[in-house]
Design a protein around this ligand. Structure first.
Ligand code: NAI
Ligand code: 13P
Length: 338
């Protein structure tokens, strides 16, 4: 299936901002690439005007990139299939096209989350739906719009299968987009899911009018609890100091482009969650990820005070100021006791 010049036949499943940016990268690298999008207007706008006017407006896409509404046809006979829908629909989407995926295909998943019902990682969800193929987790600090405008970006591609990680690395890498491989799938995936919760939390602090001290404390202690949970379920601690941990955490906790952070700001200013969510067409994974993270922490018997505080604010009616005060009044302890 691979052409003599090394180009691949690729499919990206999920025509939101991130799936579109990844498909654009593949197409610009010369790979024969098709993007499945759920919305007909997205398909039409990519095919007719080389733009995803709904989810990634004003960024010109590679003219060779094709979009389709036919998911099974999109994934058939492809060397590399990247899944990039919101995490809560990944199982549904992957199941719909599972039997059309080629036997020898490499699968990758770019969605950032932990399945709420099963507490499974995204790579495990894909492996459940499309068994027998290697699966790669793609994660790291990467706002889709900055990738689409070719700003230098670095991410990781993690897999237990070294060849699959290398194939994904080679397919996506360019002079503006640098992909590192990794072998710690749990750490890389958990970093991407948990940073969404921390981005919500820093947004809440911002909405409350708090300043830089509070934000720095939150990022640092947030990283400590992300690492604690990761290590408890089998991740390597060093992964959390890397691109998919600290890198993505800093990006989304400080970057104005983060949807999770901006949702947090609205909540910090006093908007109820359902009101803040209504009218948003784009995904803020941190909301569901807060529920998954809290359940994972309970199962692993790991203390995650910030995740817990966000859960109390979003789902238990705790006033924001009260949650901050509760966090600050916990029993004093040594920082190195993590
Ligand atoms: N936007 C970004 O900068 C980045 C996003 N991601 C991750 O990529 C994943 C997708 O996010 P975005 O591309 O940003 O989405 P988006 O917010 O741009 O668009 C929403 C997407 O959800 C899809 N969708 C909604 N309901 C659906 C359903 N029932 N079935 C199938 N699809 C449905 C829409 O078709 C659309 O593609 C998320 O897990 C996100 O965390 C990861 C890195 C960067
Ligand atoms: O994951 C992202 C960047 O790496 C995107 O973050 P948001 O979903 O908060 O916008």
């Amino acid at each position: 299936m691979t052409a003599p010049d090394g180009t691949k036949r690729c499919a990206v499943v999920g025509g939101g901002a991130w799936g579109t940016a990844l498909a654009d990268l593949l197409a610009r690298n010369g790979h024969d690439t098709v993007l499945w999008a759920r919305e007909e207007d997205v398909v039409d706008s990519i095919n007719a005007r080389h733009e995803n006017a709904r989810f990634l407006a004003r960024f010109p896409l590679a003219p060779s990139l094709r979009a389709t509404h036919q998911m099974r046809a999109a994934v058939a006979d492809r060397d590399l299939v990247i899944f990039a829908p919101p995490s809560h629909v990944l199982r549904d989407v992957a199941s719909q096209c599972a039997d059309a995926v080629a036997r020898g295909a490499t699968l990758a998943v770019a969605s950032k989350g932990v399945e709420r019902e099963t507490l499974k990682l995204m790579t495990d969800v894909v492996a459940d739906c499309v068994p027998g193929r290697p699966v790669v987790a793609i994660s790291g600090p990467s706002f889709a719009s900055e990738v689409a405008s070719r700003q230098p970006t670095a991410i990781v591609a993690a897999s237990d299968d070294r060849e699959a990680a290398h194939l994904t690395q080679r397919a996506l890498s360019s002079t503006e987009f640098r992909v590192y491989t990794h072998d710690d799938v749990i750490g890389v995936e958990l970093g991407g899911a948990l940073k969404n919760v921390m981005a919500l939390a820093t947004g809440i602090l911002e909405g409350l009018g708090l300043g830089f001290n509070s934000r720095a404390a939150l990022i640092t202690r947030g990283l400590a609890e992300m690492t604690r949970l990761g290590v408890a379920i089998g991740a390597q601690p060093a992964t959390f100091a890397g691109l998919a941990g600290l890198g993505d955490l800093v990006l989304t906790c400080t970057g104005a482009l983060s949807r999770n952070r901006s949702l947090g700001e609205e909540i910090g200013r006093g908007k109820p969650l359902d009101e803040a969510l209504s009218g948003r067409e784009t995904v803020a994974e941190g909301v569901l990820n807060t529920q998954s993270a809290r359940a994972l922490a309970e199962r692993a018997d790991v203390e995650m005070p910030i995740v817990n505080a966000v859960h109390c604010i979003l789902f238990e009616g705790t006033p924001v100021k009260q949650a901050v005060s509760d966090l600050m009044s916990r029993e004093l302890r040594a920082e190195q006791d993590d």
